[in-house]
Design a protein around this ligand. Structure first.
Ligand code: HEC
Ligand code: HEC
Length: 326
């Protein structure tokens, strides 16, 4: 074997095995497969005509200019209804083992049908949403191109939205650059924070590419969490008492952008969220300085945000049902 090649190979092997021993892995950029489907899904994601009021789109509550969330404790939906739970980010949601805090949707396609028909979210129905799209020639054409059949189906709507959501990964965070070997990509404080994040045990639950999203864990494992929020967590899906108050561990990717925190949206600052986590999940009281280090680390998890031209939505026609805001 050529010596230079051999050395390069050893370099790759050692750096990737060093990576493999870390509890956190870098996020890889998305590779587009079906661009026409992604473009269609992007339009649907931004289209408020999928809601009864004609006013609320996916982007209303998962705003891609704000880390894929609404920065509200709980969302505002149809008729100004206050939702029951904090809106998680859509960024990197394709990495989740299931969707929703309690995991009741198995994947992004199944999830995407939920909000359209949820009376407190978009307040519409699947058949009415499809009726609207059917009257819009720009959509008819786009669906025909991607799915090659005559009538638009709700499964195609949710499939296209899911395809778009899969593109919403955020690679290239300073922390990923650091993981890949660029020592100067994050500050010494953030490095100390990462070391502490591991040593106190945060990585037991926040690990993998998304630092979360891959398990359900009890909120208040060591000490109970006090909240007025009624959400029961995983037990609402499994019916098992042992799953009470277990929630899907949220991703910590882009966490600097996705305040307020926790399923009830009760905590606005990262410092407080870290303090609560250490105490309730691990039974540890962290010092101010230690919290500051961990927060500095968490802020290095902000990756490349979605970057595309805003979609132009095809116009309604005289046949399109009118919005019903009331
Ligand atoms: C009125 C606000 C609102 C609208 C509109 C809305 N969502 Fe959500 N979304 C939420 C809330 C709140 C949750 C969490 C619900 C739960 O877990 O019970 C959620 C959860 C999700 C999740 C799961 C993320 C995770 O980590 O579990 C995804 C993905 C998602 N929404 C995508 C969408 C898409 C796609 C649309 C448009 C079809 C949409 N949402 C419309 C508020 C909204
Ligand atoms: C036993 C599992 C577990 C451990 C250990 C753990 N977490 Fe969590 N973490 C969770 C769960 C579950 C939630 C969601 C709780 C909720 O919303 O009710 C969460 C939420 C968070 C949030 C809020 C994210 C959001 O978007 O709402 C932050 C920040 C966080 N954890 C940081 C940490 C840090 C830092 C540590 C270590 C000090 C830690 N966690 C240890 C399970 C864990």
């Amino acid at each position: 074997m050529n010596r230079r090649y051999g050395l390069a190979l050893i370099g790759i092997l050692t750096s990737s095995s060093a990576l493999a021993t870390e509890p956190v892995q870098p996020i890889e950029p998305y590779q587009a497969s079906n661009q026409a489907k992604v473009e269609l899904g992007k339009k649907l994601y931004f289209d408020p005509r999928l809601s009864k009021s004609g006013f609320i789109s996916c982007n209303s509550c998962h705003n891609l200019s704000m880390g894929g969330t609404d920065n509200m404790p709980t969302s505002i939906g149809h008729n100004w209804a206050l939702g029951p739970i904090n809106a998680p980010t859509v960024l990197n949601s394709s990495l989740n083992l299931a969707q929703f805090w309690d995991g009741r949707a198995k994947d992004l396609q199944e999830q995407a049908g939920g909000p359209i028909a949820n009376p407190k979210e978009m307040g519409f129905s699947h058949s009415l949403a499809v009726n609207v799209l059917e009257t819009i020639p720009g959509y008819k054409q786009a669906f025909q191109q991607v799915y090659t059949n005559d009538r638009i189906g709700i499964d195609q709507v949710t499939d296209a939205i899911a395809a778009f959501e899969e593109t919403l990964v955020t690679p290239n965070a300073p922390f990923d650059q650091f993981l890949k070997g660029d020592e100067s990509a994050i500050s010494d404080t953030a490095k100390a924070g990462y070391a502490r994040f591991k040593s106190v045990g945060c990585t037991a639950c926040h690990n993998g590419q998304a630092l979360g999203g891959n398990s359900f864990q009890k909120m208040g494992l060591v000490k109970p969490y006090k909240t007025d929020n009624a959400a029961a967590g995983l037990s609402a899906v499994t019916g098992k008492e042992i799953d009470r108050f277990k929630f899907k561990v949220p991703t910590l990717r882009n966490v600097e952008l996705t305040y307020p925190y926790f399923h009830d949206g009760a905590v606005w600052s990262l410092e407080e969220a870290v303090d609560v986590m250490a105490e309730l999940q691990l039974g540890q009281k962290l010092k101010q300085q230690e919290i500051g280090e961990i927060v500095a680390f968490l802020k290095t998890l902000t990756g490349d945000q979605p970057n595309f031209r805003l979609p132009q939505l095809p116009p309604s026609t005289n046949d399109t049902p009118r919005p019903d805001p009331g």
